[in-house]
Design a protein around this ligand. Structure first.
Ligand SMILES: O=c1ccn([C@@H]2O[C@H](COP(=O)(O)OP(=O)(O)O[C@H]3O[C@H](CO)[C@@H](O)[C@H](O)[C@H]3O)[C@@H](O)[C@H]2O)c(=O)[nH]1
Ligand SMILES: [Mn+2]
Length: 733
C-alpha cells in the first residue's frame, strides 16, 4: 500500500455511519431492558446481563474511537538519498549499531552473526560505523561466532560492495538468491568462493555450538576466551569486553584495503543479587560503553533476530535527522518490523500488517510512532535523557567526535570501559529512569519512546517504499505468539497505569497521539469486554434470556450494521494492505485468542503487581523450533502440544460456544415451538454463538480429531470439557 490518502474521505464517512450505529445501540440499551414473563429471579439475572453487555459495548465503542483517531489522517514519507549524498557525503555522522542477544540456545550464534554482518555491510563509510553486540547469555559460543564473523567480514564487505548485494545477511542472501549468475564468470567465481567460505564458517560455528564448548585449538586463537575461565554462569560473571575489530587502526582493513567498521563484543557484569533489567539494562550498558569508544551521535538498535534487508537504511534515516527544517527535533526514526519466516496465510497473525501499514502511519501524523524495540535509529542525545530545547538545534550531526581515544590501545580502552558495564555503575544514578531505556516495564521500548516524546522530542515512521529495511523472526507456535502478546499487553497496560500519556504527555504531546497510544496501552483491559461478549450471551441463550432485539424489530439494524460493517471494513483494509482472505480470517481468530488469554493474563499480572505480588520477567521468543513443529508450521496447522493455562481458557470458551450452539440447534429443530419464533427472538445471539464456534473449528480439530504431537494435550481437553460443562449446567439450572 503506497498511500491511503485517496480513500481517507471514504473512511471518514464510513466511520461516521458506524458512529451513528453505535449511538443507536446505546439508545436501544438505555431505553429497553430485559423483561421476563417467568419469574423475578430470571428478570434480575437478565437485567444484570443486559447492563454488562451495555458496558462492554460502551468499552468497544471507546476503543473503536481510538482506532478511528489513528486512521484519521495518516502520513507517508519518502527520502531523497541523492540530495543527502550531494550535500553531506563528506561530513556524514558516525553511527553506532547495537545488536542484542540473550541466549545462545534460543538465539543461535549463526543467526546473531548474520545480523551483525548485515549491519556491518551497510552502504556507508565503514570507518564511521561501529557495531556492538550485547550478549546477555554471556556465552563463549557467541563470542566465538563473533570472532569468526570479524574474519569473514574481510571478504564479505568487499563482495557486497562490488556486486551491490542485497540483502547483506549472508544466510539470507544465499537463501534468497540461490541462482548462480552464470552469464558473468567473474561474479560466478567470486560467488562460489564466498559461498564456500560462508558455509565452512557456518559448519565450524554450528559444530562448536552443538558440542557446547570451545575446543582447546580454538581457545588459542584469541586471548578473549581466557575471560571465560572466571565465569561461573550466565547470571554470575564479570564484564567481558573485547574489541574484535578496532576501526581506528590502520590494520583494520578488508581484502581490498578499505577500512572495516569497529566491532565490539560485550557481556555486561551480572550478579545474582543485582537485577539486570533485561534488554533495557543491556542497552544502557551499550550506550555507556559505546560513548567511550565511538560516541556516535546516531544509534541504530536491532535485535539479533532482525537483520538489515536494505543496505541504504542508514542513509534513509539520516535524511530525516539531517533535515534542515525539522531534523533537530527528531529523537528517533522507527522502521517497520517485518518478518521473513511467516507462512502464506500467517496462522498466528504475527505479521503486524495493520500495525505497520496503518497504525504507525497514523501515529506519525500526530508527532511520531512508538519506539517498538528493533529497527530504530536514535539520536544519542535524546536517548540519554536530554529534554528537547532550542540548544538542540545546533549542527549536532556534523560535530566531529573527540579523537582523544586514538592514543589508547584497544586493551586500555577495554579496561576503562569495563566499569561502565558493571552491576554497581547504575547505583544512585538516573540510568533506567531519566537516562537511557527505562526499567521495570515489559515493553521497555514503548515506555522509553513515550518518555522521549513527553520530553518534547518528535519521532518519525519510515516504511521504505521499495525495499523493506529490516527482516526479523516472528513467533512460530501458538504459545509463543500468545506469550509474546501477553508480555506486550502487560507492559503496555503498565505504562497506562504508571506513565499515563494523558498525564505525562499533557501539553507536550498532541491529544491525537495520546489517544492513539491508548489503542495499544489498553489491550489488557480489553479482555474484560471481550470475555464477557464471548461467554455471557451464549450462556444466557441456554437459559432463554434474549439480550438483543428481535430480528423483526428495526432496532436490530444498528447491531447488524455495526457488527458486520466493522468486519467487512477490516477485511477490505486487510486486503488493501496486501493480505489474503484466509490471513484475515486467521487474524480475526488470533485477535479473539489474544484478547481472551494473553490480555487476560497481562491484565491479571498488572493487578497482582499493584498488590505487590508479581515481579517482572522477560520470556524470550524462541527463534528455533524442532523439525516436527516447524513442519506443521509450514503447513499452517495450529500448534498446541503443551499444557498451558492459556490453552485451557481457549478450549473452555470454544467448547462452551460449541455446546450452546448444538443445544440451540436441537431446540430449534426438535422442539415444538415454531422455528421462526425462536429464530426471531434469539437470532442475533445464535449467530454470535455460531460465528464463535465457526472461528474455533481448528481448535475442535486439535481437541478431538488430530493425532499428531501438536494436538491439544488430553489433560487440557478433559479440564476444559469439565469447565465448559460446569459453566453450561450452572447457567441452565
Ligand atoms: O534479558 C534480555 C532479554 C532480551 N534481550 C533481547 O531483547 C530482544 C527481544 O527479545 P525477543 O525474545 O526477540 O522478543 P520479541 O517479542 O521479539 O521483542 C519485541 O518486544 C520487546 C519488548 O517486549 C522489544 O524489546 C523487542 O525489541 C521487540 O522486537 C532480543 O534481541 C533479545 O536478545 C536481551 O538482550 N536481554
Ligand atoms: Mn524478536
Amino acid at each position: 500500500m503506497k498511500s491511503a490518502m485517496g480513500i481517507i474521505p471514504l473512511f471518514r464517512l464510513f466511520a461516521a455511519s458506524i458512529f451513528v450505529g453505535r449511538c443507536l445501540i446505546f439508545v436501544y440499551r438505555v431505553s429497553h431492558t430485559y423483561t421476563s414473563t417467568e419469574n423475578e429471579e430470571e428478570e434480575a439475572l437478565g437485567k444484570w446481563a443486559w447492563i454488562g453487555l451495555f458496558l462492554s459495548e460502551l468499552w468497544f465503542t471507546v476503543y473503536w474511537l481510538f482506532s478511528v483517531v489513528v486512521r484519521w489522517k495518516p502520513s507517508y514519507r519518502r527520502t531523497f538519498k541523492d540530495s543527502l549524498s550531494l550535500r553531506y557525503e563528506q561530513v556524514l555522522p558516525d553511527v553506532d549499531i547495537f545488536v542484542c542477544t540473550a541466549d545462545p540456545t534460543v538465539e543461535p550464534p549463526t543467526m546473531v552473526i548474520n545480523t551483525v554482518l548485515s549491519v556491518m555491510a551497510y552502504d556507508y563509510p565503514p570507518q564511521k560505523l561501529s557495531v556492538y553486540l550485547s550478549d546477555d547469555g554471556g556465552s563463549d559460543l557467541t563470542f566465538y561466532a563473533m570472532l569468526e564473523a570479524s574474519r569473514f567480514a574481510i571478504e564479505w564487505l568487499p563482495f557486497c560492495r562490488k556486486f551491490k548485494v542485497e540483502p547483506r545477511s549472508p544466510e539470507a542472501f544465499f537463501r534468497t538468491a540461490h541462482q548462480l549468475p552464470l552469464e558473468n564468470t567473474d561474479i560466478a567465481v567470486e560467488w562460489t568462493t564466498i559461498k564456500k567460505l560462508y558455509e565452512s564458517m557456518k559448519v565450524r560455528i554450528e559444530s562448536t555450538t552443538r558440542l557446547g564448548q570451545i575446543s582447546e585449538e580454538i581457545r588459542k586463537e584469541h586471548k578473549g576466551f581466557r575471560e571465560w575461565d572466571f565465569v561461573s554462569g550466565p547470571r554470575d560473571h564479570h564484564t567481558i569486553l573485547q574489541i574484535l575489530i578496532d576501526g581506528r587502526r590502520a590494520k583494520a582493513v578488508d581484502n581490498e584495503g578499505q577500512p572495516l567498521p569497529t566491532l565490539v563484543y560485550l557481556t555486561r557484569e551480572k550478579r545474582p543479587q543485582y537485577h539486570h533489567n533485561f534488554k533495557a539494562g543491556a542497552m544502557n550498558a551499550l550506550i555507556r560503553v559505546s560513548s567511550r569508544i565511538s560516541n556516535a551521535p546516531v544509534i541504530l538498535n536491532v535485535d539479533c533476530d532482525m537483520y538489515s534487508n536494505n543496505s541504504e537504511s542508514v542513509r534513509d534515516a539520516l535524511c530525516f535527522f539531517l533535515d534542515e527544517k525539522k531534523g533537530h527535533e527528531i529523537a528517533y526514526v522507527q522502521f517497520p518490523q517485518v518478518f521473513d519466516n511467516l507462512t502464506k496465510n500467517d496462522v498466528y497473525s504475527s505479521s503486524l500488517r495493520i500495525v505497520s501499514k496503518v497504525d504507525l502511519h497514523g501515529f506519525d501524523s500526530y508527532g511520531g510512532p512508538l519506539y517498538i524495540g528493533s529497527a530504530c535509529f536514535h539520536r544519542r542525545e535524546s536517548l540519554c535523557g536530554t529534554k528537547y530545547n532550542k540548544a538542540c538545534q545546533q549542527d549536532w550531526m556534523t560535530i566531529k567526535v573527540e579523537t582523544k581515544n586514538n592514543e589508547e590501545s584497544a586493551h586500555e580502552l577495554e579496561e576503562i570501559c569495563k566499569v561502565l558495564a558493571s552491576c554497581t555503575y547504575e547505583e544512585n544514578s538516573h540510568w533506567g529512569n531519566e537516562m537511557g531505556l527505562k526499567y521495570g516495564c515489559a515493553v521497555e521500548d514503548v515506555i522509553t519512546g513515550l518518555a522521549m516524546q513527553c520530553r518534547g522530542w518528535k519521532s518519525i515512521y519510515f516504511d521504505p517504499p521499495d525495499r523493506t529495511g529490516f527482516l526479523g523472526v516472528g513467533p512460530t507456535t501458538l504459545l509463543q505468539a500468545l506469550v509474546q502478546q501477553k508480555r506486550w499487553s502487560e507492559g503496555d497496560f503498565h505504562i497506562f497505569l504508571r506513565h499515563n500519556p494523558f498525564l505525562y504527555g499533557y501539553n507536550t504531546i498532541s491529544l491525537g497521539l495520546q489517544l492513539s497510544y491508548c489503542l495499544y496501552l489498553l489491550w489488557a483491559p480489553h479482555c474484560l469486554a471481550s470475555l464477557y461478549y464471548v461467554s455471557v450471551p451464549s450462556l444466557c441463550l441456554l437459559r432463554g434470556i434474549s439480550l438483543f432485539p428481535q430480528v423483526s424489530n428495526p432496532w436490530v439494524i444498528p447491531f447488524v450494521y455495526v457488527f458486520f460493517g466493522n468486519l467487512a471494513f477490516s477485511l477490505v483494509e486487510f486486503l488493501y494492505c496486501g493480505g489474503t482472505c484466509l490471513e484475515w480470517l486467521n487474524s480475526q481468530r488470533m485477535w479473539l485468542y489474544k484478547t481472551t488469554t494473553s490480555y487476560l493474563f497481562g491484565f491479571c499480572d498488572n493487578i497482582l503487581r499493584l498488590l505487590g505480588y508479581s515481579k517482572s520477567s522477560f520470556v524470550l521468543t524462541a527463534k528455533v523450533v524442532d523439525e516436527d513443529v516447524s513442519k506443521r508450521y509450514e503447513q499452517e496447522v495450529m500448534e498446541f502440544g503443551t499444557t498451558s493455562p492459556l490453552f485451557t481458557v481457549l478450549a473452555t470458551l470454544a467448547l462452551l460456544n460449541a455446546l450452546v450452539f448444538f443445544v440451540e440447534l436441537k431446540r430449534l429443530f426438535v422442539e415444538d415451538e415454531p422455528i421462526s419464533l425462536a429464530l426471531n427472538r434469539y437470532g442475533l445471539q445464535i449467530t454470535l454463538c455460531g460465528l464463535l464456534a465457526f472461528i474455533n473449528l481448528p481448535l475442535y480439530q486439535a481437541l478431538f480429531l488430530r493425532k499428531d504431537m501438536g494436538k491439544m494435550p488430553t489433560s487440557v481437553t478433559y479440564r476444559s470439557i469439565v469447565f465448559a460443562l460446569v459453566a453450561c449446567l450452572t447457567a441452565m439450572y
